[in-house]
Ligand binder design. Structure first.
Ligand code: SF4
Length: 348
């Protein structure tokens, strides 16, 4: 059983010096106790930068008219993932702006092909869609849906034009979990005006949701967003939030997000691995599309295979040979119909 009794506090979020070192060490110790030295390695492909939403913190918002929009070809991404993925990759995350056309015309056939041709675990991060499309994606073979709630607090959610309403976002997270998806969520640390109590509210909300994983992403003021002149996040509070999340939920899969290296160049990503992260992501988006997948800045810090494996090795960690999808599947309660015969067999 996981000890989920840790309650995040303001001193933990604001910890510096020796107190911070102790917090991070506790988080890493909890991670190792639960997952050993294994880190899940997934690839991400960014399949469309069209988006019908208008989040103030994101360069792909619909009002950014200077962005060249693209939808990838399913066949191109399939070829890349089937024939050219790094050996360490066990899972893939297919990500788009909120673009139902791409979800249907690119992601769905891509998931079907990958399910047929590979044993990769498949995650998708496609925004708010509808129950029918969620079901089709699941039927095609995707098992994890990433849907970040971005920030707790409905008024702040509205102020930053996060997708739809917070209540609806949470409804979708619950709907996905209820229909058998593994759901991973996440929030942004360091948005303008965000206080320590706000970060604690984010952590508290995440704990109430039916999740198998969660992320903390540092706010990076995007060049082509209304927040371009805002101050970026304090990387220490972001990492302290990650550590607190790990202690709150030792069993969650927590990624070290690439934006940590924008928040603290050269160090942020590895510090994430020292703060409880156990998932890393290699970016396999074709080079000609990457520049226009504009979450923050055009000059992206691309997590290549070499950078990822180097970071893992430097931290004394090893890539997991079990896929994230298989790991999550192994944790699911066995259906009653299967459990009884298997229990009887186990008892001889
Ligand atoms: S954060 Fe996602 S939903 Fe919001 S504008 Fe960017 S791509 Fe669209």
């Amino acid at each position: 059983m996981s000890d989920c009794s840790f309650i995040p506090t303001a001193p933990a979020i604001e910890a510096t010096g020796a107190a911070q070192e102790e917090l991070h060490l506790r988080a890493v110790t909890a991670t190792r106790a639960h997952f050993g030295n294994r880190v899940f390695v997934r690839a991400v492909v960014e399949a469309s930068n069209y988006c019908r939403q208008n989040c103030a913190y994101c360069g792909m918002r619909r009002d950014n008219r200077s962005l060249a929009r693209f939808r990838a070809e399913a066949d191109q991404l399939a070829g890349l993932l089937i024939h050219h993925r790094p050996e360490s990759v066990t899972d893939v995350n297919i990500q788009t702006g909120e673009d139902p056309v791409a979800a249907r015309e690119v992601v769905l056939p891509l998931v079907r092909t990958l399910r047929r041709e590979t044993s990769l675990g498949i995650s998708v991060c496609l925004g708010n869609l509808g129950p029918a499309l969620y079901a089709e994606l699941q039927e095609a073979g995707a098992t994890t849906y990433i849907m970040k709630f971005e920030m707790a607090g409905p008024a702040r959610y509205e102020r930053f034009h996060a997708p739809g309403t917070l209540a609806n976002r949470i409804r979708h997270i619950r709907m996905l979990a209820d229909s058998g998806w593994n759901v991973s969520s996440g929030f942004i640390a360091g948005l303008p005006g965000q206080t320590t109590p706000d970060l604690l509210t984010n952590l508290a909300l995440s704990k109430t949701l039916p999740l198998s994983g969660c992320s903390v992403s540092p706010f990076i003021p995007g060049d082509e967003t209304p927040l371009r002149d805002a101050a970026g996040s304090d990387v220490n509070r972001t990492l302290n939030s990650m550590a607190a999340m790990r202690l709150m939920r030792p069993d969650w899969v927590i990624p070290s997000v690439s934006a940590l290296n924008l928040a603290q160049p050269g160090q942020g990503y590895r510090r994430g691995l020292r703060t409880g992260a156990n998932l890393v992501t290699i970016n396999l988006t074709p080079e000609e599309m990457r520049g226009n997948y504009l979450l923050y800045k055009r000059d992206r810090f691309i997590m290549t295979e070499e950078r990822i494996l180097g970071a893992i090795e430097s931290e004394g960690l090893t890539p997991s040979t079990q896929s994230l999808a298989d790991y999550l599947q192994s944790r699911r309660p066995m259906p009653e119909a299967r459990r009884e015969p298997e229990l009887a067999a186990a008892q001889g």
